[in-house]
Design a protein around this ligand. Sequence first.
Ligand SMILES: [Zn+2]
Length: 288
Amino acid sequence: MPCCRRGQYRKDGEACSGSLHFFLDLYGFDTVNFIDTHTHLYLPEFKDDRDEVVTSALENGILKMLLPNVDGKTINSMHALSDKYPEHCLPMIGLHPTSVDMEYPKEILKIRELLGKRKYWGIGETGIDLYWDKTFATQQEEAFREHINLAKEFTLPLIIHARNSFSELFRIMDRENDETLKGIFHAFTGDLVQARQIIDYGFKLGIGGILTFKNSELDTVVREIDLQHLVLETDAPYLSPVPMRGKRNEPSYLVNTANKLAEIHQVSLETIAKITSLNAATLFNIIL
Ligand SMILES: [Zn+2]
């Protein structure tokens, strides 16, 4: 729970301690800051209270929120949000795999055009989703390759969505990955072998609310992974962590996932904030 005004947290709910402030001094942060590396805060689910949700995120120390795009229909609302909060809401550009159809080349052209016009912090989200619908599986693979090329060309991190598709994604990554390509496998829920494969590619694992689910085995995988490979995310409005599971997710709930990660790795919440924020800041070239 928050224990003071600017989002400083302790697991036990006690007042901020000297050690917290020692940490802040040491690393030059003036509070415990988190980065939500994946939030769709521009979607209609937030149309009635978007400003309050942003304010709550900032009050809880979530100072940077990366916005992955969905498709051509979400670009304007994403731009509007990032124009309103340019220091905090950082847009990315891409076509979500569940929005890929025969028309995807037009969307890629539009993305390429936009990349020449304004600042984006990453390419995504892209990837392959064979859970809902396999109709456009081939096109999803082609679109994923196009996103890889854009990430390389514009030297931006790649945000990958994987659902029932690790073997397809890995097959493409084995061929296309190089030392210039960086990014995140977001909402990671794979096993240890898959986690190690992603780390071998030089990518980060995006850890969200699923980590807090009782029936998830993600904690046993994440326990084995060094914190340097992890970044935090909400995927708001989806995948709320416990105790908000099933409700609309929002960036301020990131702290619940961070607390769980602290418990799993038996370190302080401050350490989780420091390491995951530095991982994300380095990846996205964000100045903290
Ligand atoms: Zn997403």
